[in-house]
Design a protein around this ligand. Structure first.
Ligand code: GN1
Ligand code: MG
Length: 373
């Protein structure tokens, strides 16, 4: 998979707003009475909230440079919706709406747009302040995979091939080392050393794949906190942003929660002292996820629960570093060296995570004991 170019400038142009108006019309919504506001903070797709007098929607632009076959996303989501309607009709599934031409996506501006209802009285969070939020989110991601436990995962398309293939990410990093200019190599030397220091994480992943030790499940692959809807009382309602829902290993979802919930400082933080692992949030992720998935997780999966965090943090560090060495062609950057800051941030998080591992092991043992008691 090649990492692709994207620019944020679209936000500003008048023509772009005009084009968004055309899209609203394709859904029979009058642009004169609906307000369009940017929503959320994803790096790859763009999201807007559409507010009218009686109804609200979420409009999303799927980045076609990244998702080569956006229609596969629509196909996957439709299959999941059909299954859930039958087997878990009470589950809130924020499915996209059909446009007046019958399609679930509208192609425009080198992207694909889709509209879903905005779930009323719901909200999303951009960062976590309490461990209960981590618990609720982990419960929702666990519930999603649990409800789809008997769905035939081979029916789903891979919307991004090799998305969480760590071996491939390491190979892409090695290729970027060969091609990078001297100045970037020089600036990144500490981060490059870190890739080497933690090679074992890659070897464990290779073993998992070669030995086929983990089942393929319906995995979300983007479990950051802004992809969970909460109600007014702070209870999780459902998960959203289903573009990367495809067959995968549970370590992807658990790992990305560890990566994005444990530290109060986000991946954007330049002051590395602020990256602190919050053990109570680890406990909350464990409790919330296993509350739903505990009964169906295989022993081999349970054993990899703590590894999951290392897997995802290491992979994200490598992806940011590779992009820096490639000249910033995938992730949008706001200043020179931005991707290197993100990579160093993630390597720091990885080291802090590894320091906390004995504590995590203790938490898991205590938790499992308390269930038996
Ligand atoms: C991208 O666009 P966003 O923020 O949902 C990326 C994720 C990374 C994340 C890092 C398709 O997700 O894999 O974890 O940035 N998504 C894609 O912030 O590459
Ligand atoms: Mg996403």
């Amino acid at each position: 998979m090649r990492e692709a170019v994207y620019s944020y400038s679209v936000y500003l142009s008048f023509n772009y707003i005009k084009m968004l108006h055309q899209i609203l019309k394709a859904y029979n919504l009058d642009p004169d009475i609906y307000k369009i506001d940017p929503f959320g903070s994803g790096l790859i797709n763009h999201t807007w909230k559409i507010t009218g007098p009686a109804s609200q929607y979420i409009l999303q632009r799927i980045n076609k440079d990244v998702f080569k076959k956006p229609l596969d996303i629509a196909e996957n989501v439709l299959k999941l919706e059909t299954y859930l309607k039958k087997h878990a009709p009470e589950y809130l599934f924020a499915a996209p709406i059909q446009a007046s031409n019958g399609e679930y996506m509208i192609c425009a501006d080198n992207g694909y747009f889709r509209l879903s209802p905005f779930v009323s009285n719901s909200h999303t969070l951009n960062f976590l302040t309490q461990s209960t939020e981590a618990y609720e989110a982990a419960r929702q991601f666990g519930k999603f995979t649990y409800l789809l436990n008997d769905f035939d995962v081979s029916l789903l398309k891979y919307t991004l091939t090799d998305f969480h293939n760590l071996t491939l990410r390491i190979n892409q990093f090695e290729e970027s080392l060969r091609k990078a200019d001297r100045s970037r190599l020089q600036q990144a030397r500490e981060a490059i050393k870190q890739v080497e220091t933690h090679r074992e994480i890659g070897r464990i992943y290779e073993r998992i794949v070669n030995e086929n030790s983990l089942p393929l499940r319906v995995i979300h692959h983007d479990t950051k906190i802004s992809n969970v809807l909460f109600d007014a009382d702070g209870r999780g309602l459902c998960v959203i942003d289903l573009d990367t829902v495809m067959p995968g290993y549970f370590i992807s979802d658990i790992g990305d929660m560890m990566r994005t919930y444990l530290s109060e400082a986000s991946e954007e933080e330049n002051n590395l002292d602020k990256i602190v692992v919050r053990e109570a949030f680890f406990s909350a992720i464990y409790a919330g996820y296993t509350e739903q998935m505990g009964g169906v997780l295989h022993p081999a999966e349970k054993e990899l629960f703590i590894y999951a965090g290392k897997f995802m943090i290491y992979m994200q560090a490598i992806r940011f570093l590779t992009d820096f060495l490639n000249g910033d062609i995938y992730y949008p950057t706001n200043y020179p060296g931005h991707n290197l800051v993100r990579a160093n941030n993630q390597f720091t998080l990885l080291n802090r995570y590894i320091e906390a591992e004995p504590k995590f092991k203790e938490i898991v043992i205590q938790f499992e004991k308390s269930i038996l008691d």
